[in-house]
Ligand binder design. Sequence first.
Ligand code: ZN
Length: 282
Amino acid sequence: MRWAGGRRSGNIEDRRGMGVPLVAGGGIGTVVLLVLALFFGFDPGVILNTDTSSPSVTEAPSSSASPSADSQKDFVSVVLADTEDTWAALFRQMNREYRVPKLVLFRGAVQSACGMAGSAVGPFYCPPDHKVYLDLDFFRALSERFRAPGDFAQAYVIAHEVGHHVQALLGVTDRVAATRQRLSRADANALSVRVELQADCFAGVWAHHATASRQLLEEGDIDEGLRAAAAIGDDRLQAQTQGRVAPESFTHGTSEQRARWFKRGFETGEPRRCDTFGGAAL
Ligand SMILES: [Zn+2]
């Protein structure tokens, strides 16, 4: 990506080094959880009700950020700014106002309006406070564990979370939450898949405009994004972690679906083409 000259967002909230008490369960457990809880856009009600009465509590590291981490912060800031510009313009076309989200950088654990969360849950968006939460260590996992390296793979993660914010502003999040209550577990999971695939499509819409308006993308970037989307498909993750695949438990969609919806957003650049709720096959 050609991001170095891009605008920086003023909406980053840097809470790294604030030393939020971290509910322990670290080490191996965290790594496994990272894979299982994966990934962006889990159900906060399930995962964020962390048991804070857990007896072992450690402090998150509070050392100052390394230079490479700060260049990462710079990068995140440029991507966030580009999503702000893109969605502000798209919302204007819809005669709506885009209210920008905050992006909270944290390390180890963080307090959100959705509850306390550890890094293990992966990046997430919390609808009540309109904030995206990101531990930069996740990008290393994305590159090494999920074999989806590259700056655009990281940008896709951010744009996907911003996609959940767009859903909140458009009323999708509330409608889904109301419907979920009446559904069986399997049907609620199926609904989650539609939510996640739409966020993937919205990430693609952003990538379309970042390229068309600001030439942010370079050769190979879209492949990085598609690789990242495919790397975190439910089928592939389940095969890796459980050795078998149980479609009724999918909450994010298959690798093929995630890559395809991202691509649809990228090719059209139109949010209305991201209707994953319309009854059509996913
Ligand atoms: Zn998500």
